[in-house]
Design a protein around this ligand. Structure first.
Ligand SMILES: NC(=O)C1=CN([C@@H]2O[C@H](COP(=O)(O)OP(=O)(O)OC[C@H]3O[C@@H](n4cnc5c(N)ncnc54)[C@H](O)[C@@H]3O)[C@@H](O)[C@H]2O)C=CC1
Ligand SMILES: O=C([O-])CC(=O)C(=O)O
Length: 313
């Protein structure tokens, strides 16, 4: 099995490194536009293999898509990250052109690959890759929900004083400040979170989760990479091991939740065919209203992409 990660920056290199450590792939190809970057990082990872005891071959290339041929999964992380004071949506004009050209190049050499988009603004860049790839939507989707839920779970673990492993949660909506964490679908070792965390504390954690990316941007001057890279790697593993894991992912909706022709975060089953099922929760009126606000925001940014005419519908 072979995976290509496009963009050998912070997120892409982390994703490749996590995948190499999992030791279930023959090869991970790292591709970047910047001469030497992917080659250097892939070589460094290969030299880590005897120490950390894995056999995954890591190969770095500069723009040489022929070396990515016949990839089973491609993770697209190429594009600018935001800086303090910016929103993810501010990245659209630069990143849309990058995501479009990368997707077209990938399609030439790996026409059957499943594509996982990471570049921001996430929901709209996933839409951009979908339009450029011209393949079924179950094979083009985005990573955000695993990361956003992980932040929520980590904050809850701190509050409760328990292991983050024991917190299960679902979060829906766009990858931005309108995302919708769902306390009704959050449990701690099987116990509803509302029995362990007071309402005001839970609300504060939800608010912190919504701006969790921005919190790190303000600390670092650029965006996060450890959790994002690991989250994308977890999706790759679920697909290639056909694990049928349930994760929140950015998926193309065709009527689910009353929404159509939009990429949005929803719970899905991930397996060898990519998104094998979209799970429809019975949301209450408040949750539906929050999801609708989030969907309206994503739709507005999708319209910006459509009007840019970078890639045609
Ligand atoms: N979906 C999510 O939850 C998350 C998304 N992101 C997004 O992921 C993207 C990457 O973030 P970082 O890795 O931190 O940025 P980075 O700047 O460290 O790396 C980006 C890499 O993309 C490369 N690149 C640019 N144009 C390219 C092209 N045409 N072909 C191949 N490579 C190209 C650059 O040379 C650079 O090495 C950003 O858009 C960021 O906002 C970051 C974290 C979480
Ligand atoms: O905040 C950003 O710009 C990067 C990102 O999407 C995240 O870390 O959630």
């Amino acid at each position: 099995m072979k995976v290509t990660v496009v963009g050998a920056g912070n997120v892409g290199a982390t994703c490749a490194n996590v995948l190499a450590h999992r030791d279930f792939l023959q090869e991970v190809v790292l591709l970047d536009i910047k001469e030497g970057t992917a080659e250097g990082k892939a070589l460094d990872m290969w030299q880590q293999a005897p120490i950390d005891y894995y056999s995954t071959k890591t190969l770095g290339v500069t723009n040489d898509y022929a070396r990515t041929a016949n990839s089973d999964v491609v993770v697209i992380t190429s594009g600018l990250p935001r800086k303090p004071g910016m929103s993810r949506d501010d990245l659209i004009s630069t990143n849309a052109n990058i995501v479009k050209s990368v997707t077209e190049n990938i399609n030439k050499y790996s026409p059957d690959a499943i594509i996982i988009v990471v570049s921001n603004p996430l929901d709209v860049m996933t839409y951009c890759a979908f339009l450029a790839a011209k393949k079924d939507s179950n094979k083009v989707f985005g990573m955000a929900g695993i990361l956003d839920t992980a932040r929520y779970r980590a904050f809850l673990a701190d509050e409760i004083g328990c292991s983050p492993k024991d917190i299960q949660a679902i979060l829906m909506g766009g990858h931005g400040d309108t995302m919708v964490p769902l306390p009704r679908y959050t449990t701690v070792g099987g116990i509803p979170v509302t029995e362990l965390v007071a309402g005001d504390k839970l609300e504060a954690i939800i608010q912190r989760t919504k701006v969790g990316g921005g919190e790190i941007v303000n600390l670092l001057g650029t965006s996060a990479w450890y959790a994002p890279g690991a989250a994308a790697a977890q999706m790759v593993e679920a697909i290639l091991k056909d694990e049928k894991r349930i994760f929140p992912c950015c998926a193309w909706l065709t009527g689910e939740y009353g929404l159509k022709d939009i990429y949005l975060g929803v719970p899905v089953v991930l397996g060898k065919n990519g998104i094998e099922k979209i799970i429809e929760l019975q949301l209450n009126d408040d949750e539906k209203a929050l999801l609708s606000t989030s969907a309206n925001h994503v739709k507005e940014v999708m319209d910006v992409l459509d009007n840019m005419k970078v890639v045609s519908a």
